[in-house]
Design a binder for this molecule. Structure first.
Ligand SMILES: Nc1ncnc2c1ncn2[C@@H]1O[C@H](COP(=O)(O)OP(=O)(O)OP(=O)(O)O)[C@@H](O)[C@H]1O
Ligand SMILES: [Mg+2]
Length: 230
């Protein structure tokens, strides 16, 4: 479970160009929820997702994953949590162009020190989950936007994380491909993963059981209780 309490995030903290991006955020996300984070450009959605994904820090408040205070972990413990618990699909895919498909999917396993045959099997299984196994040895640069999105998802799930975080996973896709990607997230959620998706797309938001809206770094609505009654 994710529990955030009174969290504040300021970019360039204590510097003249400081920017207070998140204000007193309190939020709980239970295991197995499928949540959309919505809000205008610049609202603070990616900032919040990066904090949930343990790839960015904050100056006050607390963040607990399964009762563990993230801010008290050493850098080593934190990278372990990040690697084992969280799979992130970034806004711009963040794939490595000079790598093949399978080399991209394998990068989290390299950090987890999983190698050889087992690593390869895990990659093929992640690629199968996104229907891209035939592309394993193809260069990333040859793929379409939707195919790259699938590879970014395969890389996020390869190490079997508890949470899958996705930043605008359908932002650059046509309606049909976007629907396929959402079905993929739904399937992962049905298999037990906690899924958090940032989106501008109402169809995508509606396909999640919970919607949290952020404006100017604050949560302005959250239909969690309604979602729970469903
Ligand atoms: N590295 C940074 N340094 C300073 N300010 C930043 C940095 N990253 C983001 N910001 C600012 O923080 C605010 C929130 O940014 P964030 O990227 O979280 O927005 P967003 O809701 O994800 O927007 P979008 O929908 O456009 O992706 C914005 O005003 C942005 O300019
Ligand atoms: Mg963003």
């Amino acid at each position: 479970m994710i529990k955030i309490t009174d969290l504040n995030k300021t970019y360039n903290y204590k510097k003249p160009n400081a920017f207070h991006a998140l204000h007193d955020i309190s939020l709980e996300i239970a295991d197995g929820e499928m949540t959309a984070i919505i809000g205008r450009s610049g609202a603070g959605k990616s900032t919040l997702l990066h904090i949930i994904g343990c790839i960015d820090k904050f100056e006050s408040g607390s963040y607990e994953i399964d009762g563990k205070d993230v801010s008290k972990l050493s850098d080593r413990e934190l990278s372990k949590v990040r690697n084992k618990m969280v799979g992130i699909v970034m806004q711009d895919f963040a794939l490595i162009d000079s790598y093949t498909v399978i080399q991209n999917v394998m990068t989290p396993l390299y950090f987890a020190k999983i190698k050889g045959k087992r690593a390869k099997e895990m990659c093929i299984s992640a690629l199968k989950a996104v229907n891209m196994e035939e592309y394993a040895d193809k260069p990333i640069t040859n793929l379409s936007g939707g195919q790259k999105q699938r590879i970014a998802i395969a890389r996020a799930i390869v190490n079997d994380p508890s949470f899958i975080l996705a930043d605008e996973p359908t932002g650059a896709l046509d309606t049909k491909t976007s629907e396929e990607i959402i079905q993929l997230f739904k399937k992962l959620n049905e298999e037990g993963k906690t899924v958090i998706i940032i989106t501008h797309d109402k169809t995508v938001a509606d396909s999640c059981t919970r919607q949290i809206e952020i404006s100017d770094g604050k949560i302005i609505s959250d239909n969690r209780s309604a979602a729970r009654q469903k």
